[in-house]
Design a protein around this ligand. Sequence first.
Ligand code: HMG
Ligand code: MG
Length: 299
Amino acid sequence: MKLPETITIIEVGPRDGLQNEKNFVPTDTKKEFILRLKESGIKEMELTSFVSPKWVPQMQDASDIVDSCLTDDSRDFVLAPNEFGLRRVYETGCKAVAVFVGVSSTFNQRNINKTTQDALSDLEPLISQLKERGYFVRACISTAFYCPYEGKIDPEDTLSLCKKFVEIGADELSVADTVGRANPLEAYTLFTLLKKELPDTLMTAHFHDTRKLALANILASMEAGVDRFDTSAGGLGGCPFAPGATGNVATEDVVFMAEEMGVSTGIDLDKLSRAIDVVKPHISRPIESGYYRLYELNK
Ligand code: HMG
Ligand code: MG
């Protein structure tokens, strides 16, 4: 089996994990969650997003979160969908921005109120501006496998959107199974294609775990040469505009699987579990990751 020696975990719990929570998670709890995640060894993280508070009320405290949680020893991302969002980012010390567009136009209309083509045209000058200002740019490619509205996505369409983002300056692609519908063969096939066509681009896989296939998909992506994975502590998450999608794959389950196979992550599972303890009382559904359930039983 082809396994990397190490993998990089990009923790998305504070952003993807919390954005879908109906009850507002207190800002101080979010800050403590982020701090403890960093203490567990996480070196890259999506802290929050500068989106419309009317569309995603949970992210309304983005500026406060960023002002309190940026550190020099980690790459801290924030999401921004448009120029308005970027103006808010420029007021902070954050130096890494994630933009997001789906392959499917119907999904984009529901998520950002634009077609794929319009979103790309609007983002092109903004990405140039970010690069001129020295920002690291991550492009999140939603509905890379399936769309909740349009169904199966042609891998060639995903490849062409990924290529476009690389052409206009993205440093990293985070390629997402937004609704958790892909299987390991599809994961292997798409990431083999993307790694072959875009060998010099940082390639990250982002799996939601709706059908409990995310760990299998991660293994298949490792076989295809991927060594960066977006994961969410406690398996929290989901996109408010992707009906049926549940949380991201749980960070602790990915770390456990990797470390058991001798693949190093640099993350301390006990400290990670204590980070989940902080946010758990505010989460409206049970935390069902295998690793965390055993941690709680043995407490
Ligand atoms: P819109 O309504 O078309 O925007 O929304 P607009 O330009 O017409 O502005 C409407 C109002 O929003 C105005 O305020 C603007 O000022 C304000 P008003 O005059 O009505 O008081 N506004 C903003 N406020 C704060 N920050 C901003 C901003 N922009 C406008 N950046 C918009 C367009 C993109 C803003 C909206 O659709 C939006 O916020 N969408 C958020 C979508 C989102 O956060 N989705 C989840 C993240 S993506 C994801 O989860 C997928 C991912 O995990 C990968 C995967 O799994 O697939 C990354
Ligand atoms: Mg997501």
